[in-house]
Each structure stands twice: as structure tokens, then as C-alpha cells.
Design a protein around this ligand. Structure first.
Ligand SMILES: N[C@@H](CCC(=O)N[C@@H](CS)C(=O)NCC(=O)O)C(=O)O
Length: 237
């Protein structure tokens, strides 16, 4: 008998949400293994980068949301999430990369650098991973580490206004792409929609969700995706 696929994941991770959406859209029954600090060593054995999501299926270990999406596409070609036509496939790959890199960087900065988000950021990350008695210690160290990482790239709280402006530009780009069509590449949702959706669904948990008020067609697209039962299931798991 084949083993039930396991997904090592975190609730407040856009990449884990992206992987859960792909699994749900492909109809794969899986079990979440929530990342806790007690499982860090186990995770590093599976993925030396120590990052989630990681899918373990039939003895194979697949780390990284993009690899998981491609693995699932191979195993379950229907419904199609990665277009087969070369040009559409290339656009989907570019949009996925843009969402995973640019949008992730900006939303991560909102989450960790904006003092308004501090309590929610800690609760969303630390409560799932850490026993209550260790939370103050782990939370403090996590905030310092992540802020140090952003500072090394030149971003502190003072850069938030500039990052908000970049997010507004990205939302304008999405508005343009969605003009006259329900999904980014046309009539059906692809991995491009899933990747961008995952980052913006993450932003919706933080104060910068207000930026979406300026982009009504992006909100309609997010709501359309969120209402699809497999995506609703991924959001609530
Ligand atoms: N490119 C990876 C990115 C994964 C990633 O950055 N995951 C974050 C959570 S959102 C993580 O595990 N961070 C832990 C760490 O960096 O130590 C993917 O698409 O899966």
C-alpha cells in the first residue's frame, strides 16, 4: 500500500499555502505535519535548507513549492495548472517567479517590519511552532533575526512607505493583467494565479490588506479564487 503523502508546513507561510492549494486542486489526500521547533531536526534531514513546504510521498522527498507543483502536475495532469502551450507556460513560470520572489519579499517586510503587525506576526508564526513557555524567547529571537536579514538588504521600518508604493505598482500590474479575463492567463486558473494568490492572501492577514482597497478587480479575483472549494479547503487547513 502506498503511504499517505505528508506535507511539512506552516500555517502562516505563503509557500505552504501554495503547496496546499496545488494538492487540493489535484485532489490529493494528504496529511499536514505542522512545523514545530521539536521537528526542526527532522525537517533539516528532509530539506537541508530547513524550509517548508516539504512533501514526502511514496518515499520521495520534494522540497520547495515550485518543485511540489511540478511534481503534482506530472502525477496528476488533470486539472491542468501548468499550461502545456510553450508561450503560456513561459508566462505562467514568469508570474510564479515574480510572486514567489518580489511579492514575497514585500509582504514579508510588511509582516516583520511594520510595528502595527508585530503582535499578529508573532502569534501567527510562534503559536503554531513553539510551546507557550518558550514563545517569548523564540519570538524575540525570530523577530531580531528576520529584521537583521532585512537590514542587511537595506530595509528597515523606514522603507515601508517605499515598499507600499512597490506593492501598489504590483497591484496595478495585476489589474492590467486581469482586464477582460477572470484569471491571469485567461479562462482558467493556473499556477500563476495560485502563486500570486498565496502571497496576497498572506498580505490580507496584515495591516497592509488596506492596499487592496485601491485595486477592486484584484479583490474580485482573490475572492473568486478563495470561493473555489479546493482553495477554501487549503485556506482553512
Ligand atoms: N522557494 C521556497 C521558499 C520556502 C520558504 O522560504 N519557506 C519559509 C516559510 S514562508 C521558511 O521555511 N522559512 C524558514 C527559514 O528560512 O528558516 C518555496 O517555494 O518553497
Amino acid at each position: 500500500m502506498l503511504d499517505e503523502p505528508l506535507l511539512y508546513d506552516l500555517n502562516d507561510s505563503p509557500f505552504c499555502l501554495k503547496a496546499r492549494i496545488c494538492l487540493q486542486l489535484k485532489g490529493v489526500v494528504f496529511r499536514r505535519v505542522p512545523l514545530t521547533i521539536g521537528r526542526l531536526r527532522e525537517l533539516r534531514r528532509l530539506n537541508p535548507l530547513g524550509k517548508v513546504p516539504v512533501l514526502v510521498q511514496d518515499g520521495r522527498v520534494i522540497a520547495d513549492s515550485s518543485r511540489i507543483a511540478r511534481h503534482l502536475e506530472e502525477q496528476h495532469p488533470d486539472p491542468v495548472l501548468i499550461p502545456t502551450a510553450p508561450e503560456a507556460r513561459a508566462y505562467a513560470a514568469l508570474l510564479e517567479e515574480w510572486a514567489d520572489e518580489s511579492l514575497y519579499f514585500i509582504v514579508g517586510a510588511f509582516k516583520w517590519l511594520n510595528p502595527e503587525n508585530r503582535a499578529a506576526a508573532l502569534a501567527n508564526t510562534v503559536n503554531e511552532t513553539t510551546p507557550s513557555w518558550l514563545r517569548p524567547l523564540v519570538g524575540g529571537a525570530m523577530v531580531r533575526n528576520i529584521r537583521r536579514r532585512y537590514a542587511a538588504w537595506g530595509y528597515r521600518a523606514g522603507a515601508l512607505a517605499e515598499l507600499e508604493e512597490r506593492m501598489r505598482e504590483n497591484l496595478t500590474t495585476l489589474t492590467t493583467l486581469l482586464d477582460g479575463k477572470p484569471y491571469l492567463l485567461g479562462r482558467s486558473a493556473t499556477l500563476a494565479d495560485v502563486a500570486a494568490f498565496a502571497q496576497l492572501a498572506w498580505m490580507r492577514r496584515y495591516a497592509e490588506q488596506r492596499l487592496l482597497d485601491e485595486a477592486p478587480s484584484v479583490v474580485r479575483w482573490l475572492d473568486r479564487l478563495a470561493a473555489a472549494p479546493p482553495i477554501a479547503a487549503a485556506l482553512s487547513s
